[in-house]
Design a protein around this ligand. Structure first.
Ligand code: BDP
Length: 593
């Protein structure tokens, strides 16, 4: 599936704005067929937005269950004869969609796109009613998992991940028109030798019998550099300008479906960054040169809009990444908006791309986030069905993001239980799923402190070791000297594995404005000292090829005794003001003064 685009043969119409909206905890709307007419009892909701913080309403903040959205839209009058699709960039965590009273699509998973061909239900120039039934419940068979517990006060949604379960239509909704004979998918893989680049393409088309595929590669100035024909093939790029960290140079690949008379039936554009990624021994190579990740685990998280995409925040966050000298981030803990990845491509920022498989660890979250007393992997909890949902999440992530040069490494899960035989059995086939979906990029998962070196049974499958460690915070709290010794020892063990290591999380909760003469946890000074200690440890181990601080900014979490107004491990506050650590990191990462 291609993202909707405006091209010589395609058009799209954005459906963002104010939609009718209604909460439906009892799932009354389905049997009452609310989609058959104007949504009864509707209020307003912005799209894109998480529903939770927009309204001054605890029922919305804490809602569990069905969420109805509706709007009408006129099909542009020039769209006669076109294939018309309705495209959702995301609906968290699942949705069913109707056009008038026709059910057109359902989708599971809150962070990847889906669309429905609605051609048969529309007439150019006429209005349709679009109704989306979004559902935000988490279960043992959803990614991420959760469980609804019945309490005397009513149902409570528990989950084992440390960020607020924001839900809704977080990203844009589109109508798109494509020709009936159309390009359905493009896969691009790149390589280079000396100064010559290679672009391998594969195109899937539909309804295009008798049509030829033509490809044209243009450089950033728009000058043609190579052309080819066929459903797959390779292009040679003389004097190639590589895509590289810090240099987001992009070519444009135009793919056309053309008939014998040279008439173009469909035309789409795919940006291409020519670069290579590979793991060699303990090195992570981009363009055959060692790369060191500097940056953060981030979140899509802002006040009011929650997890919604916002271009102003996107540009601002990347400006801060640039200011601080970061060259990378991880999409912790779910696939981010495609706009984020496009922007990373264009700005030469390297991305570790993660699925929403977070919290598959009931031992870890149990104590912190509530919901104790579950076994992670069992027929009644995370089971074969969950694994199939997880596999599909991996496939959809790769399908969506495979052509982004910024994406250099897949993370198929964050901090799952990984020290048991059940975990080994669960994950072995998922690594195969990822490698089958994308044979060109390394695959890993993020290891939790509870499964240290020697105990983890899943790291054997990973190309890169990604470690989250909190020595000096959750253990050795306030004791940085002891933390340094323990951390150095454990890291030495991992280094003996002969694989590159990225420290994907290290961080300390810090209340902005809380200062201390002596290094006290929660103070800005402690965060700086904590990071310094970690950096001494990393700098002493050759196999460490990256450091990503947890977190870029403070973020919202579920409420509980471990969190005061959210997680405060940000180097920036939630509204992006720097803590002292921001200046310290800037000095290290930009090597200035
Ligand atoms: C790790 C998780 C991350 C949490 C972080 C923390 O990967 O999502 O927010 O720790 O506790 O366990 O701050």
């Amino acid at each position: 599936m291609l993202r909707p685009q405006d091209t010589a043969t395609r058009e799209r119409k954005n459906l963002d704005g104010i939609w009718s909206f209604r909460l439906d905890s009892d799932s009354a709307g389905r049997s009452a067929r609310w989609h058959d007419g104007p949504l009864p009892g509707a209020r307003d909701m912005a799209v894109p937005a998480s529903i939770n913080d927009v309204l001054a309403d605890a029922a919305a903040r804490d809602h569990i269950g069905d969420i109805w959205y509706q709007r009408t839209v006129r099909i542009p009058r020039g769209w006669t004869g076109q294939r018309v699709a309705l495209h959702f960039e995301s609906a968290t965590h699942r949705a069913t969609v109707w056009v008038d009273d026709h059910e057109v699509v359902s989708h599971e998973g809150g962070y990847t796109p889906f669309e429905a061909d609605i051609t048969e239900h529309v007439t150019a120039g006429e209005e349709i009613r679009v109704t989306a039934l979004v559902n935000n419940t988490l279960s043992f068979q959803s990614i991420p998992p959760g469980v609804i517990e019945q309490t005397p006060g009513g149902p409570v949604q528990r989950y084992w991940h440390d960020f607020f379960n924001y839900a809704g239509l977080h990203r844009s909704v589109w109508l798109s028109a494509t020709p009936q004979a159309r390009i359905e998918d493009i896969t691009v893989v790149t390589d280079f030798s000396g100064t010559t680049g290679s672009v391998f393409w594969t195109v899937e088309a539909a309804g295009g019998d008798g049509l030829d595929v033509q490809v044209v590669l243009r450089d950033a100035e728009g000058d043609e550099v190579a052309t080819g024909t066929g459903a797959s093939g390779s292009l040679s790029v003389p004097d190639v300008h590589l895509w590289a960290p810090g240099d987001g140079y992009l070519y444009d690949l135009e793919v056309r479906l053309v008939d014998d008379h040279g008439e173009v039936h469909d035309s789409v554009h795919q940006s291409v960054g020519v670069r290579t990624v590979e793991v060699r021994g303990t090195e992570f190579l981009v363009n055959r040169e060692p790369f060191y990740f500097r940056g953060f685990g981030m979140h899509e998280d802002h006040s009011v809009i929650g997890k919604a995409h916002s271009n102003a925040h996107l540009v601002n966050d990347f400006a801060l990444l640039d200011w601080i000298g970061a060259n990378s981030f991880r999409t912790s803990h779910y696939p981010y908006s495609e706009d984020v990845l496009d922007y990373a491509d264009r700005h030469g920022i390297v991305v570790i791309d993660e699925t929403a498989a977070v919290g598959l660890n009931m031992g870890l979250g149990g104590g912190i986030f509530g919901g104790q007393g579950y076994t992670t992997f069992s027929p009644d909890t995370i089971n074969g069905t969950s694994r199939e949902v997880h596999a599909q999440a991996i496939r959809e992530l790769v399908a969506r993001d495979k052509n982004h040069p910024s994406v250099v490494l897949w993370s198929i899960a964050n901090e799952p239980e990984s020290d048991t035989e059940a975990a080994e059995d669960y994950f072995r086939p998922l690594f195969d799923v990822a490698r089958e979906a994308d044979p060109t990029r390394p695959v890993g998962f993020v290891n939790v402190m509870l499964a240290p070196h020697g105990k983890c049974r899943v790291s054997q499958f990973a190309d890169v070791l990604m470690l989250n460690r909190y020595y000096g915070w959750y253990v050795n709290t306030g004791d940085l000297a002891g933390a340094e010794i323990a951390w150095t020892e454990e890291l030495g063990g991992w280094a003996s594995e002969g694989k590159p290591i990225v420290i994907t999380e290290y961080g300390a909760d810090t209340l902005a404005g809380n200062h201390s003469l002596t290094p006290q946890p929660w103070s800005e000074e402690y965060q700086v000292d904590y990071l310094d200690m970690n950096h001494r440890v990393f700098d002493s181990v050759d196999a460490v090829v990256g450091e990503q601080v947890w977190n870029f900014a403070d973020f919202a979490t579920t409420s509980g005794i471990m969190r005061v107004d959210g997680n405060k491990k940000g180097v920036f506050t939630r509204d992006r003001r720097p803590k002292s650590a921001a200046f310290a990191l800037r000095r290290r990462w930009r090597q200035e003064g």
